[in-house]
Design a protein around this ligand. Structure first.
Ligand SMILES: [Zn+2]
Ligand SMILES: [Zn+2]
Length: 179
């Protein structure tokens, strides 16, 4: 069963299976958040993209808006990460995510025992995937699978190399003791 919570949109069974498979293998940085200047859900991709859209205080400002000087200041205040409505509560220092009271309560009901920031951290990559075309999801799933396998292989090789070095070292130590 896909993990749906406030702010996420149910997808077709096939797309849900692709999304679940991609999220299972967390590679790369990507997300979709509510721009605090234009109030729309916008995506970012890669480390550089994340840096460019979370400048200064860390509030998300989409690439289009970040090119407009003063766009944030000219905005109509803060937008709720889930309903995009006016948000008058923040998650406090560091979080820089904005939620309205009803959405915060809905998140709490959907994910009991979890802080709103944590729930929103999960929401961001999922929403990015929701916005992608199915062919894109297929490619991404394939790529993350390949990267996952490569990483496993690299780990196995590193482990083997370490065992070789360790046995070489203990062999040397044994030889020194015997001489
Ligand atoms: Zn924007
Ligand atoms: Zn809201």
């Amino acid at each position: 069963m896909p993990e749906l919570f406030p702010g996420s949109t149910p997808q077709s069974a096939y797309r849900e299976s692709l999304i679940a498979s991609i999220l299972e293998k967390p590679f790369g940085i990507y997300g979709a958040e509510v721009c605090q200047a234009c109030g729309k859900v916008k995506t970012f991709h890669g480390w550089a993209g994340a840096m460019a859209t979370h400048r200064g205080g860390g509030a998300f400002v989409c690439l289009d808006c970040s090119r407009v000087p003063g766009a944030m200041a000219a905005g109509r205040g803060n937008f709720c990460e889930i309903c995009q409505g006016p948000a008058w509560e923040t998650d406090g220092p560091g979080g820089r995510k904005y939620l309205c009271r009803p959405c915060r309560a809905a998140l709490g009901r959907a994910r009991p025992g979890q802080r709103a920031e944590q729930a929103l951290a999960h929401l961001s990559p999922r929403r990015n995937l929701e916005l992608r075309a199915t062919e894109d999801l297929e490619t991404l799933d394939f790529n993350t699978e390949v990267m996952h396998l490569e990483e496993e292989q690299a780990n196995a090789q590193a482990l083997q190399r370490r065992q070789e070095l360790e046995s070489e070292a203990s062999a040397r130590l044994g030889a020194r003791h015997r001489s």
